[in-house]
Design a protein around this ligand. Structure first.
Ligand code: XMP
Length: 430
């Protein structure tokens, strides 16, 4: 292994991630592990140079105060505890150590080297994946999103053709998105890529369905069925690659952190299709995943793309989806993205997209009264998607976008800009 590592033991503090970031920002790789890790498990981790026991407000679970196992105090690397007055640790801090204190711990006591960088991380993960997988085969659902794309690129480097990627095009992708997946992974990276165009199948199931949650259920359920059918056609697969990243693990609830929402990339596969998981990004934060993608040579549009919901354009083509409106949505979204890229707003705004409601408005085209769809532009900024504010886009830019959309998408005759914060609105419309 290339990198030295500091292990943070999770005793329920919400500051775990802050400490992990503080240590990584000082150039040393850090991983958060559950407080009940055994000495044996700890010893199996490589290059551990020091341990941080991090207590906190959730230390009392169901009336019982939790602590790390006594045997851990016998391990022979330097150890500190934070916010944990009863710890048996020799060195205790009541609050987060300052940068100087942390530096002294890392570099003087632990003698760690500041060798955490993406190049070393990728090399270490490649070695770990090779050890885990051996000569077996791995399957990966490649949506084209940041996380699955970075995992795919890493696994292709690690195990080449032992990886099979399945890309399901549910017909609700943005313009050129599936084509890009095929171009980058199938052609440029020469991956084993199974491309499934399931557009007719998804749109058939969605026909006449107007309820947003029902639409989501159909899209999610159908996705698993298509993926399962493809998995059954392949032989000898023992592992499933997943683009799980660290925030997914925290939000799904650790032993001490409460569950915010359950995450699963390909959950719900039938019992007889159980695979062991390969999750090489599980310790990374989102910005680190992007840096990892850059290190692996993925194109910037793929690595820095804005969040896109799993049900895709399905929840932006409001009400019952029709092919005509879906096409209007896809084209207007592509124009919006193009103009945002030209003006640099793509680097500033967190999420931006168009929405096409399911009603028509009166307009005038070629001197004649005509009915057309309305296109809503939404552009929001947020840290965690729980609340969001509106980007104040320059009127000239908005007007240019409106002119292009109405000129290039004949079925749209009105463009509006949505200015509602979350709350009271949500980011998506459905
Ligand atoms: P809302 O609309 O809840 O969106 O304010 C918050 C963030 O979550 C994304 N979103 C989804 N992502 N499946 C996803 O994978 C979904 O069903 C879904 N619904 C909303 C949304 O794009 C925004 O970034």
């Amino acid at each position: 292994m290339k990198q030295d590592m500091i292990v943070i033991l999770d005793l329920g503090s919400t500051e775990n991630t802050v400490i992990a970031r503080q240590i990584r920002d000082l150039g040393v790789y850090s991983e958060i592990h559950p407080h009940d890790i055994t000495l044996d498990e700890l010893n199996k981790l490589e290059n551990v140079k020091g341990i941080v026991i991090n207590g906190g407000e959730n230390r009392v679970v169901d009336g019982v105060t939790i602590d790390v196992a006594d045997e851990l105090y016998t391990c022979d690397v330097p150890m500190i505890s934070i916010d944990h007055p009863t710890s048996k640790c020799a060195k205790k801090y009541d609050a987060m150590p300052t940068e100087d204190e942390m530096k002294a711990f890392l570099f003087e006591e632990c003698k760690a080297e500041a060798n955490w960088n993406m190049k070393n991380f990728v090399e270490d993960q490649i070695e770990l994946v090779r050890r885990q997988v051996g000569d077996k085969k791995v399957l990966l659902a490649l949506s084209g999103g940041v996380d699955s794309s970075v995992v795919a690129a890493l696994l292709i480097k690690a195990i080449g053709k032992q990886l099979t990627c399945v890309h399901v095009n549910h017909g609700l992708m943005r313009k050129n998105e599936s084509e890009n997946v095929v171009e980058v992974f199938g052609n440029q990276l020469d991956a084993n890529l199974v491309y499934v165009d399931a557009t007719d199948r998804f749109l058939g199931k969605l026909e006449g369905v107007a309820d947003p949650e029902e639409k989501r259920k159909i899209i999610g359920g159908e996705f698993i069925r298509v993926f399962e059918e493809e998995a059954r056609k392949l032989e000898g697969i023992e592992f499933l690659g997943q683009g799980t990243i660290y925030p997914d693990i925290i939000e799904s609830g650790t032993k001490t952190a409460k569950c915010v929402k359950s995450h699963h990339n390909v959950g719900g596969l039938p019992e007889d299709l159980q695979f062991a998981l390969v999750e090489p990004l599980a310790q990374l934060f989102k910005d680190e995943v992007r840096a990892c993608g850059v290190e692996l040579g993925l194109p910037a549009e793929m690595v820095y793309r804005q969040p896109f919901p799993g049900p895709g354009l399905g929840v932006r083509c409001l009400g019952a989806i029709t092919r005509e409106r879906l096409e209007a949505l896809r084209e207007s979204d592509a124009i919006l993205r193009d103009e945002f890229a030209k003006t640099g707003l793509d680097k500033k705004v967190w999420q931006y997209f168009t929405v096409v409601p399911d009603f028509k408005a009166v307009g005038v085209r070629n001197h004649e009264r005509s009915m057309g769809y309305m296109c809503v532009i939404r552009a929001v900024n947020t840290i965690d998607a729980m609340t969001a504010t509106i980007e104040r886009i320059d009127y000239d830019i908005l007007e240019k976008i409106a002119d292009r959309i109405t000129a290039e998408v004949p079925s749209i005759n009105r463009v509006v800009y949505e200015i509602t914060k979350k709350p009271v609105a949500t980011i998506e419309f459905e």
